[in-house]
Ligand binder design. Sequence first.
Ligand SMILES: Nc1ncnc2c1ncn2[C@@H]1O[C@H](COP(=O)(O)OP(=O)(O)OP(=O)(O)O)[C@@H](O)[C@H]1O
Length: 369
Amino acid sequence: MLIQEIIKLLRKLHGKKEVSVTAPTGIVACSLGGQTLHSFAGVGLAKADAETLLSKVLDNKRVLRRWRMVKALVVDEISMVEGEFFDKLEYLARMIRENDEPWGGIQLVVSGDFLQLPPISVGKKKNSDSDKEYAFEADSWDQSFQLQVGLNTIFRQSDPQLIKLLQGIRKGELDDEGLELLEQCRCIDNEPDETVVRLFPRIADVSRVNDMRLKGLGEEIIVYEAFDRGERHWIDQLDRGIAPNNLQLCKGARVMLTKNLNVKGQLVTGATEMVMKPLTWNVEVGDKIRATRLQLPLILAWAMSIHKSQGMTVDRLHTNLSKAFGFGMIYVALSRLRSLDGLSFSSDFHPSKIKAHPKVLEYYKNHFE
Ligand SMILES: Nc1ncnc2c1ncn2[C@@H]1O[C@H](COP(=O)(O)OP(=O)(O)OP(=O)(O)O)[C@@H](O)[C@H]1O
């Protein structure tokens, strides 16, 4: 919400074309109406060294123009951006713009929480302590910003008990009181109420549950194909967003809205009928729309991945916390909720699955405490 206000301000300040809105994943980029950071940068997977990437960009007029024109670059969910990639981009910006200031003079605005999901490479590389894993470990991080601000007001939750529990889990801690609170949410018979969203760490479980539930209804399945316009390259980015290319629905399917609709009270609890019209998702680069998708603003919602849920708010969820892996995952899952009444989880939960990366804790301690 805050980043959207900042984008509005930046656009007023610099002009729409001069502000680029990005995120490391398609899903977040799409929800902000922007593009992925990789596609903005025009560097593909960016595995090559900085010099090779530079010559690649210098060969691409369109990408080059974008780098030269941008005055403010917004990157949301910065926790998922790798430190090494951050440094490569900073170098590219200086070289392309022939300007020695950090980022070649681009105003960089990033937001996120490093105690949420990390870059995929975290913990996978050998000697990870010496690698630049997180963006804050990049050599250029400190000089990239005039200001680093900690946001401390919690809006999503209001229950002080839940806030305390989540603040502990965020830092990898769970005391007896918290454990007891969680125990009350344990699902005795292991099968959650069908009307609750199930969050899974792994995508295979998500598809399995959604498919099974859809077929289990025994109704005729209708496929809604998205109507896309734009070049393949940009449509690929839409594919990584939340609106599916092929949406399978049937009578009675459990769905979730994927856009905020101003429905003036039509979607009140208990309402079962509403005509859903297709809406558009755009990939915007500067003031140009590069690709657009027309699709119903719905996805199957018996199950969802924790990765997809990052950034969302849900009223009720069920999760199997025993399968959580890596840092921040349990915190991301549980912090989607507004209230603890909405939580249920399967019986095999180990507090050891709650993990906060020591490097992140150190970074926060040094900068914000
Ligand atoms: N200034 C505000 N006033 C009122 N409500 C707010 C405000 N900021 C955020 N909210 C509400 O709080 C919830 C979380 O907001 P938002 O998704 O922007 O936060 P976030 O920091 O990105 O969260 P996360 O990173 O955990 O997903 C939303 O439901 C939003 O409507």
